[in-house]
Unconditional design. Structure first.
Length: 255
């Protein structure tokens, strides 16, 4: 979505993503599916400031990284001069040949920045560049999260300086939340709604685990595992109302 691109092209956006640590869900997934990572060909989509590159580039046999933000690509190239970082759109990975990778990884809910149609195209492109039996590991927002539809709230503080900062953040968030009201979309299977990150300036895609499984199946993937944010495997029947997002691990089905 174009409005999301404007956020990710802001000059200092990389500063939001300077962590170097894997998330618990990612660490758990890579530990379980290490055979798909170690010594293999890996594509890291939405590399951002290189948080996941620290791990994947040292474990993979061949590592490629892409991002659609020129700001992120510029920073990652400077921070990781030994890594091949290119600008590419998740929906068009035409620079890579069919069946080029054993693992495609897309962290930080990067697929959720796309529209519904764009999301399905990204899934098809991922399927195309993966080898049969390869893994697609990615995170996505949870539509059943109990605070998914919450509006911005002012955080109270008895500290005057902290309260002033919280008021400024609240007003900025409320402005963005109101500005994007007409663009929000809610359906029985998914919703495109404000994400609290970046002061509610982005619209992100939220869906259920069952719908995500269906979307994957529709393009030739079999869902293997779903990890919660703590790195625990979650069963299909488990209550997931406290989970903001999930990490999915899907396998490209053999032909």
């Amino acid at each position: 979505m174009d409005l999301n691109r404007a956020v990710y092209e802001s000059p200092r956006v990389y500063k939001y993503y300077l962590s170097t640590a894997l998330m618990p869900s990612e660490a758990a997934c890579f530990s379980k599916h290490r055979a798909h990572v170690a010594g293999r060909a890996v594509l890291d989509i939405g590399v951002g400031a290189g948080r996941t590159a620290h791990y994947l580039s040292n474990v993979a046999g061949h590592y490629e990284a892409v991002d659609y933000s020129t700001v992120m690509v510029r920073y990652a190239r400077k921070a990781f001069p030994g890594i091949n970082v290119r600008q590419a759109d998740f929906r068009d990975l035409g620079m890579f040949e069919d069946r080029s990778f054993d693992l495609v990884f897309a962290s930080n809910n990067v697929i959720d920045s796309l529209s519904h149609e764009g999301r399905l195209q990204a899934l098809r492109e991922t399927h195309r560049v993966l080898r049969p039996g390869g893994m697609f590991v990615f995170s996505s927002h949870n539509l059943r999260y109990k605070h998914a539809f919450d509006a911005p709230r002012l955080k109270w503080s008895w500290n005057p300086a902290r309260l002033a900062l919280n008021c400024a953040r609240y007003l900025r968030s409320r402005f963005n939340y109101t500005r994007l009201r007409s663009l929000r979309r809610v359906t029985p299977l998914y919703a495109i709604i404000n994400d609290p990150g970046h002061y509610f300036a982005c619209l992100h895609y939220y869906t259920t685990r069952s719908e995500m499984k269906s979307q994957l199946k529709g393009v030739g993937f079999g869902l293997k595992d779903v990890f919660d944010e703590s790195g625990n495997l979650i069963s299909e029947s488990a209550d997931d109302s406290n989970e903001v997002s999930f990490l999915y691990a899907a396998e490209r089905l053999l032909e």
